[in-house]
Design a protein around this ligand. Structure first.
Ligand SMILES: CC(=O)CC(=O)SCCNC(=O)CCNC(=O)[C@H](O)C(C)(C)COP(=O)(O)OP(=O)(O)OC[C@H]1O[C@@H](n2cnc3c(N)ncnc32)[C@H](O)[C@@H]1OP(=O)(O)O
Ligand SMILES: NC(=O)C1=CN([C@@H]2O[C@H](COP(=O)(O)OP(=O)(O)OC[C@H]3O[C@@H](n4cnc5c(N)ncnc54)[C@H](O)[C@@H]3O)[C@@H](O)[C@H]2O)C=CC1
Length: 255
């Protein structure tokens, strides 16, 4: 159960973030969706009812994230859980010999900015609001869950930018957990394998087909709610802290 839990979900308008919002609501909690103004956030919030609010947010913007936190405090009174799902992907070779084309530096920077800086920005600003909570019997004040990818460990050809961004999220998990431990705020990261979301559907069909068959068991793409189930477990289990957990059906991606 997540009864009474107030959450803020970056990227909550789509895919894994949306599934997380839906689960939080089903389990008795409330959620603020922080997603781009151009996203489906407003529609999703109105579909899910009074316990969900949409804060149009670019997670890389300090002002936007501060506004989202202010909305959360004003409407729901506090914040207990932050889930960072906002992220973007791209694929390009470092140097494509056929096309005589080097990887765009702007694209590389764009991926790092959204995936790394966006995640860090939400963590650094939301920690202040989590820290305002009265500690529970264990001394806990809040939980932060980030989203990396198995590409952090076995990035494929064309994934230098994306894999680097996700490895950074894995890398910051332990030091941030240590940093915030004095406040009783736990930090974990989920490294998903292949999940059936709009992001995955944006890959070329050939790649999707190939990837779908690669997962040893179960031999299918993950359902977004299976990601949300792990978010719930992390929230509920006080010993889970400072760790990155693969959620991938034993998949190790090939080159
Ligand atoms: C979202 C998550 O978090 C989960 C994930 O990570 S899911 C993983 C998603 N990404 C991928 O699987 C791989 C992404 N990479 C690619 O799509 C491609 O490599 C690319 C678009 C970056 C480059 O492809 P391209 O532009 O066709 O490169 P090009 O140099 O013309 O390719 C020539 C040859 O290289 C080889 N090649 C290219 N990409 C390959 C790959 N990923 N694996 C194996 N061989 C590859 C092929 O032999 C290709 O020949 P074909 O014409 O027969 O396909
Ligand atoms: N679907 C998959 O198989 C996997 C996904 N992931 C990661 O999971 C996370 C969620 O991915 P999906 O749900 O699949 O993607 P998605 O594309 O369905 O959802 C991502 C959401 O993030 C939002 N977003 C993007 N940039 C933003 C920004 N600057 N500010 C605020 N919101 C922003 C988008 O508008 C979108 O609603 C991403 O970080 C992705 O890298 C990791 C491994 C596998």
């Amino acid at each position: 159960m997540l009864k009474g839990v107030v959450s803020m979900v970056g990227g909550g308008a789509s895919g894994l973030g949306r599934a997380t919002v839906e689960r939080v609501i089903r389990e008795g909690g409330r959620a603020v969706i922080c997603d781009l103004p151009t996203s489906q956030g407003a529609k999703v919030a109105s579909e899910l009812g009074d316990h969900v609010l949409f804060a149009p947010t670019d997670v890389t913007s300090t002002a936007d994230v501060e506004e989202a936190l202010a909305l959360c405090k004003e409407e729901f009174g506090r914040l207990d859980v932050v889930v960072n799902c906002a992220g973007i992907s791209m694929a390009a070779k470092v140097f494509n010999h056929n096309k005589k084309l080097s990887h765009s530096l702007d694209d590389f920077k764009r991926i790092q900015t959204v995936n790394i800086c966006g995640t860090f920005n939400v963590i650094r600003l939301s920690a202040a609001l989590l820290a305002e909570n009265e500690p529970d019997a264990d001394g806990q004040r809040g939980v932060i869950v980030n989203t990396a990818s198995i590409a952090a460990f076995d990035g494929r050809i064309g994934q230098a930018a994306y894999a680097a961004s996700k490895a950074a999220i894995v890398g910051m998990t332990l030091p941030i957990a240590r940093d915030l431990s004095i406040l009783g705020i736990r930090v974990c990261t989920i490294a998903p394998g292949l999940f059936n979301t709009p992001l995955m559907m944006s890959l070329p069909e050939k790649v999707q087909h190939f990837l779908g068959k690669m997962t040893p068991f179960p031999g299918r793409l993950g359902h977004p709610d299976e990601f949300a189930m792990l978010v719930q477990t992390i929230i509920n289990n006080p010993m889970m802290n400072g760790e990155t957990i693969r959620l991938d059906g034993a998949l190790r991606m090939m080159p």
